[in-house]
Write a protein that binds this ligand. Sequence first.
Ligand code: ATR
Length: 291
Amino acid sequence: MHIGHIDGQTQLVGIMGYPVAHSLSPEMHNAAFAELGMNWRYVPLLVPPERLAEALRGVLALGFRGVNVTVPHKVTCIPHLDSVTEAVTIAGAVNTIRIDASKGRLEGLNTDMSGFLTDLAVNHVSVNEESRVVILGAGGAARSIGAGLARSGAHITFVNRTVERGVQIADFLRSSWEGCKVEAVGLEQLAEVSHDATLIINATSVGMFPYIDASPWRDDVPFPKDAVLYDTIYRPLQTKLMRDAERSGLRVIGGLGMLIYQGAAAFELWTGKKPPIELMRQVCLRRLSES
Ligand code: ATR
């Protein structure tokens, strides 16, 4: 493999996760750096949970310009940071850290939320007071997405296997934006709450590689007509849920765009430059169609 020229000026960014080997981000960002002729490199950093605090001080000491954080560090990194943005407070999670080496500061940001909203906009999906959004799931991804959409005025329903987790998110969002229309139900109420949905979002991990024959949608519930189905999963590129929904006439969108736009936002935050989005998409598509 060609490593390219690394010298005393090379700037470093990376991703902390556990595991991290499957991440597409190193390839996506390094291709963008190469395309723009930037002397930057993005490296995978395998960090076990008990060494996270040490690792964060480490990247600061080593002069890294920033890092992404992924599972299982998105929430647990927050107490170790010097500041967080409003998006982090609302989503309760960080996926991007910007490092100000001169001041010795770590700033936590959330580009998952903005990445999702950018991808919706790019796909011309508008969400407004008329929209009825069903979010499947109540984990970190569901919370970021719900928070991102709450201010649109849409009616949002979280549908989750464990109903209390959805109720907690709904309560939190209501306390953050008075008047926002959010509720949470269990999977047994899917038919009731989804019959007039305009946008359905899968924010569960059901259907993700290697369990590609699973779907979070109940077999006995018809898909609402004219809805858009957005699956945040990108491995596989087409999930069972996407296939089933498409067969029922829905417009379907997979999670690749969200991955790319969260990466693009992080790239811009670190470097101040706009990355080559199409190249990043091609790099990810190539990797995902190989696996
Ligand atoms: P993330 O932070 O990536 O969203 P998470 O917090 O583990 O991950 O959340 C995963 C989501 O997928 C949850 O909503 C989870 O439902 P529970 O809250 O009931 O655990 C959902 N999920 C995972 N496996 C599931 C399954 N087999 N059936 C239904 N929902 C499932």
